[in-house]
Design a protein around this ligand. Structure first.
Ligand code: PNS
Length: 163
């Protein structure tokens, strides 16, 4: 049984994340998507961890070997606890590389039984990020096709409320 962890803040999940989740789920027997609470990130996440988990559960409901869970711990601890030896991350442009390389090195230092593996983004999603989606939506731009429809609706609603 090969199980992998796909971690992130997912605030909110984008179609780029979902593409990586789908491709990883096709390689591993089981994929656990770990949604970090990340309370310290910038002004704090726009969506609660429950909302972020819910968006991914709904969008990945057709992937029967994918489970989604929140976490507030070291990633390597979540991996060990989930009995997963592989961390899957998506890699977009070279700008991602330095941060991802640092996290992979630190995680390896923390537990060298756990390997980080990268799946390259497809060109369509190369420049897509949760923060860009939030910025576009905040200025009234159209984010359909960049995130699941449910997320797009909730984004407009949340930003209308002024947060
Ligand atoms: O979507 P993000 O912001 O790139 O995800 C970052 C995340 C959640 C994978 C990273 O912050 C993380 O692993 N957090 C858990 C705490 C941890 O293990 N930190 C040490 C390794 S850098």
């Amino acid at each position: 049984m090969k199980r992998a962890i796909c971690p992130g803040t997912f605030d909110p999940v984008t179609n780029g994340h979902l593409d990586i989740i789908e491709r990883a789920a096709a390689i591993f027997d089981e994929l656990v998507v770990g949604v970090a609470l990340s309370p310290d990130k910038g002004r704090g996440p726009l969506f609660t961890v429950e909302e972020r988990v819910g968006f991914i559960r709904d969008a990945a409901a057709h992937l029967h070997n994918v489970s989604v869970r929140p976490f507030d711990s070291l990633l390597v601890d979540l991996a060990r606890e989930s009995d997963a030896r592989v961390i899957i991350k998506g890699l977009r442009a070279v700008t991602d590389f330095e941060r991802e390389f640092q996290m992979a090195q630190l995680n390896y230092r923390l537990d060298d039984d756990i390997e980080t593996m990268f799946i390259m983004s497809i060109p369509e999603y190369m420049y897509l990020s949760s923060s860009a989606v939030k910025e576009i939506a905040a200025f009234g731009g159209n984010v359909r096709g960049l995130v699941p429809d449910q997320v797009s609706d909730q984004l407009q609603e949340r930003l209308r409320q002024g947060r």
